[in-house]
Write a protein of this length. Structure first.
Length: 342
C-alpha cells in the first residue's frame, strides 16, 4: 500500500489511555510513598521531618510517572511515501527508507501467574545489512492499521494449490468455503446437558434433605454447603452452554469470495464499500472474519477456535486459502482489507 505524495500518516498511543494509566499508577505509588516511607525511617526522626520526606517522595514519584506517560510513552510512528520514522517529542528514534525496507510484525502476550499482564506489539524491519525490532506502544486498532499500511495483505499472502504456489493477486474466479460448526454445537449441547444433570442432582438432594431421612447435622450440611455448590456449578455450566451456543451461531454456513466481494450466508459485502474488513492471521488458533459496513455496524463470524484435534475438527481447515482468496479479491481495496493483529 503506497502513501500518496505529500500525505503523512501519524500513529500514536492514546493520550486518554496514557493519562488514565498514569493517574492510577501515580495514585498507588504516591500513596505508598506517602504512608509507607515513614515506617522505614529511624524512630528518632521527628514527625515534621517524616512528613516532609514522605511528601517529597510522593511528589517525585508522581512527577516521574506523569513524565514517563507524557514523554517516554508518547511515541509516534510517522509514515509518508518515502520513509517511516519513530519519534518521541524532540527525539528521532528510528528512520527507514520504504524503498529498501521490508516490514513485518510480532505480537507477544505477557502473563503473570497465568493472568494476562500486557501485550508487546513489535514492528520488525529488515533493511540492507540490519534487522530492527521495535516495540511500538500503540493500541490494537492503530497497530493493525500501521501494519496494513506498511505490509498490505495483498503483497505477502500466498496459497498452495494443486499446481503450485500462487500469489494472492493471481487468484481469480469465485471460491466457496463451508465452515463446519458441528464440534462447537456438540460442546454447547454437552455443557447444557451437564447443567441440567447438576440441577437435577441438586433437586434430588433438596428433596432427600427435606424428607427427614438425614439427621439434623447432615441436613444442615446439605442445605448450607452442598446445594449452594451444586447450584453455582449449574449456573457456570449454563453460562458456558449459552456462550458456546452463541459461538456456534456465529459460524457461517457458507462463505463465497469473488472479485471485489465477500458473500456470507447469502449476504454480499463489496470490499471497496466497507469501512474495514479484518481477518485473523492464519497462524492464530482463534480465527474471525470481521466486516465493518459504511454505517459502522460490525459483523463478526467465527472461523476457528483453539484446541482442534482429530476428535475436535477445525471449523474451517482451509482458512489460509480463504485469507488468500480475500486478499486476491481486495485488489483496489488494500486500505480496507487487513489482518487483525490482536
Amino acid at each position: 500500500m503506497s502513501t500518496p505524495s505529500g500525505e503523512q500518516v501519524v500513529f500514536r498511543s492514546s493520550l486518554a489511555r496514557r493519562a488514565l494509566g498514569a493517574l492510577v499508577l501515580s495514585a498507588i505509588l504516591g500513596a505508598l510513598a506517602l504512608f509507607a516511607l515513614p515506617s522505614f525511617l529511624p524512630v528518632t526522626t521527628s514527625r515534621s521531618t517524616r512528613a516532609t520526606l514522605a511528601i517529597t517522595a510522593a511528589v517525585i514519584v508522581v512527577a516521574l510517572v506523569w513524565g514517563s506517560a507524557l514523554w517516554y510513552a508518547n511515541t509516534r510512528v510517522i509514515v509518508d511515501r518515502d520513509a517511516v520514522e519513530i519519534r518521541r517529542p524532540g527525539q528521532l528514534l528510528h528512520r527507514w527508507e520504504r524503498s529498501n525496507a521490508a516490514f513485518t510484525s510480532r505480537i507477544t502476550k505477557r502473563y503473570t501467574n497465568g493472568i494476562p499482564s500486557g501485550v508487546d506489539r513489535t514492528l520488525i524491519v529488515e533493511s540492507p545489512g540490519r534487522r530492527d525490532e521495535v516495540n511500538v506502544p500503540l493500541s490494537r486498532e492503530a497497530f493493525t492499521e500501521l501494519v496494513a499500511l506498511l505490509s498490505p495483505l495483498t503483497e505477502h499472502v500466498a496459497v498452495r494449490e494443486a499446481d503450485g504456489i500462487h500469489t494472492a493477486a493471481s487468484l481469480v474466479g469465485t471460491r466457496s468455503f463451508s465452515p463446519d460448526a458441528t464440534a462447537v454445537r456438540r460442546s454447547a449441547r454437552r455443557a447444557g446437558v451437564a447443567a441440567a444433570v447438576v440441577v437435577a442432582i441438586a433437586a434430588v438432594t433438596i428433596a432427600v434433605a427435606m424428607s427427614g431421612v438425614l439427621v439434623r447435622d447432615d441436613r444442615e450440611i446439605v442445605s448450607v454447603v452442598v446445594v449452594p455448590l451444586l447450584l453455582v456449578l449449574a449456573v457456570i455450566l449454563g453460562v458456558v452452554a449459552l456462550v458456546t451456543a452463541a459461538r456456534a451461531r456465529s459460524v457461517p454456513g457458507r462463505v463465497d469470495v469473488s472479485a471485489g466481494a465477500v458473500t456470507v450466508d447469502g449476504q454480499t459485502f463489496f470490499l471497496a464499500q466497507q469501512r474495514a474488513v479484518r481477518l485473523s492471521p492464519p497462524a492464530y488458533p482463534r480465527r474471525r472474519l470481521v466486516v465493518v459496513d459504511p454505517t459502522g455496524t460490525t459483523r463478526r463470524w467465527l472461523l476457528g477456535l483453539p484446541g482442534s484435534s482429530k476428535r475436535t475438527p477445525e471449523i474451517l481447515p482451509a482458512y489460509p486459502d480463504l485469507v488468500a482468496a480475500v486478499a486476491a479479491a481486495a485488489v483496489g481495496a488494500e486500505q480496507i482489507v487487513r489482518l487483525d493483529l490482536e
